[in-house]
Design a protein around this ligand. Structure first.
Ligand code: C5P
Length: 405
């Protein structure tokens, strides 16, 4: 699962002594799998819970623990200066206090003082300790200094008590890391609105008309936009994909709801990407009670047209003289080039991603995709078969390129 944002990034992972240490081994492993170079520093207390060997095995790199060994006094400066990100996870109350006060009594704290990169801390502690004013003041001090604090989760803790103090799971941690690493990217300061997934048009309270869209490509686009520093709003129909961290998520069901959700926030956007598979028709008069086969026989369902959201945005854009970069998708099974080109013009798009949904490796539900991007002035870019994440990155890079020229 190599990823271009994390690839070759130098992440220093400081681990202090909490029972949540074991979660950081998984985090170090996942970051390494994504291509990051993870240098782990263990405090003395952390080594009571996990060993350097655990981290060495998952990162394939030297693990640092002893400041007072032969090279320790120079290594911390090298590590601190060359890092793209310093993450302290779990950060105990004690380590937070030391970081807040600028203590320099172990490898982790001296590295933190030498670091010139973004610093992220993930506090984890038991028994209501996180709520203590001393801890809260230290956290506030770190925040004021620009440190990103990943709030602990509520839940059951090692002591059996329930409270706020749990370290978030790996996927969420990586979401935070991506957000911080991407924050100065080419789309920093840009607002991106992405729609994804299917719409569902009710026939009665238990049935609906829908389509095979999984939302995978749109969700991947949202993550790619976050990675490039954008503020992302993601409007989805009912999908099973996890929503990327740091995205403002709006849930809809029908095409009309999608239309309203898009129009409600369109004014703040710089880029609109319509990746949703919007139903063209909906039942004209959905039944208010479940249609019964015994009583109602075989029903005839009269359909009516749904609004074309992209066309509505185009009209809004013209009236308001808005600068909005618009990207659409065209799911095609035949004549894809002609159909794509005509949609580009009819919907007033800057770019259209033409998707062959007829194959088994492309389009709805598949993990991979292949796309042809069409734009004005005969622009045509082939994005060959690869993961939907990689396709999303390629699309977002093209959008950024066209926006900045
Ligand atoms: O016309 P067609 O449905 O093939 O166009 C696809 C593009 O238009 C997609 O970007 C889709 O999200 C968008 N669309 C829309 N409103 C509709 C139908 C499609 O905005 N009612």
């Amino acid at each position: 699962m190599s990823n271009s944002l994390l690839d070759s990034k130098r992440i220093v992972l400081g681990v202090s002594g909490s029972i949540a240490c074991y979660k950081s081994a998984d985090l170090a492993s996942k970051l390494t799998q994504a291509g990051a170079l993870v240098d782990v520093i263990l405090t003395e207390a952390a080594q009571q819970f996990v060993t350097p060997l655990t981290f060495q095995a998952v990162t394939g790199r030297t693990v640092y623990s002893d400041l007072w060994n032969r090279d320790g006094h120079v290594q911390h400066v090298k590590l601190g200066e060359s890092a793209d990100l310093l993450l302290v996870s779990p950060a105990t109350a004690h380590t937070l206090a030391k970081l807040a006060q600028g203590f320099a009594d172990n490898f982790l704290t001296v590295t933190a003082l030498a670091a010139r990169c973004p610093v992220v801390v993930a506090p984890a502690m038991d028994g209501g300790m996180f709520a203590h004013p001393a801890v809260q003041e230290n956290v506030a001090l770190l925040r004021a200094r620009g440190v990103v604090v990943i709030e602990p989760k509520e839940g059951r803790m090692a002591s059996g008590l329930v409270g706020k103090g749990r370290l978030p799971e790996t996927a969420e941690m990586i979401g935070h890391i991506r957000r911080v690493l991407g924050r100065n990217g080419v789309l920093a300061g840009k607002h991106v609105l992405i729609s994804a997934g299917p719409t569902q048009e009710p026939i009665d309270p238990v049935r609906f008309i829908s389509n095979h869209s999984s939302g995978k490509q749109g969700v991947a686009l949202a993550q790619a936009a976050v990675d490039m520093g954008a503020e992302v709003t993601l409007i989805t129909g009912r999908i099973h994909e996890p929503i990327p961290f740091g995205v403002n998520h709006v849930q809809i069901q029908t095409a009309v709801e999608l239309h309203d959700a898009v129009m409600a926030v369109i004014q703040e956007q710089d880029i609109l990407i319509m990746a949703a598979a919007v139903g063209d028709f909906r039942p004209k008069n959905p039944a208010t009670q479940k249609i019964k086969k015994e009583m109602d026989g075989v029903p005839t369902i009269e359909l009516t047209r749904n609004p074309d959201i992209t066309v509505a945005v185009r009209a809004w854009k013209a009236v308001n003289h808005a600068e909005l970069f618009m990207v659409g998708f065209a799911a095609e099974t035949q004549n894809w080039l002609e159909n794509g080109q005509s949609k580009l013009a009819r919907k007033g798009l800057d770019l259209i991603a033409v998707n062959d949904v007829g194959g088994t490796q492309t389009g709805f539900r598949s993990a991979t995709n292949a796309i042809t991007l069409l734009g004005k002035d005969d622009l045509m870019i082939e994005i060959p078969l690869q993961s939907k994440e990689a396709v999303a990155e390629a699309i977002m890079k093209q959008v950024a390129k066209m926006l900045t020229v």
